[in-house]
Design a protein around this ligand. Structure first.
Ligand code: ZN
Length: 99
């Protein structure tokens, strides 16, 4: 099996916090809480969610060409402007990075 075919087991490697979308949203709001939409100046943001009160990660595909496994992607949280719908993305791993 080629290295790129192996799935990274985030739980056993201790990296699970890197995919914690709720923690990332909390950090993003702590650091950018007063940010306004660059298009309409609205300051209300909606978190992409399954509707159960938990943020859902979205995956930004880095390489759209065909792969045997999942395409390389960046896990992110998506915040939508509640007025115009502009979507902003924050890298979950960066937001949850310790130190
Ligand atoms: Zn807006």
């Amino acid at each position: 099996m080629a290295d790129q075919d192996k799935e990274l087991d985030y739980e056993s490697t201790g990296l699970i916090y890197l995919l914690d979308a709720d923690a990332a949203v909390q950090t993003v709001f702590e650091k950018t809480g007063s940010a306004v939409c660059p298009f309409c100046a609205n300051d209300k943001w909606l978190v992409e969610s399954s509707g159960e009160g938990k943020a859902d990660p979205v995956f930004v595909i880095k390489d759209p060409r065909g792969h045997f496994g999942p395409a390389p992607s960046i896990p992110a949280v998506a915040l939508s402007c509640s007025n115009c719908g502009f979507i902003r993305l924050h890298n979950i791993a960066v937001a949850n990075r310790k130190g």
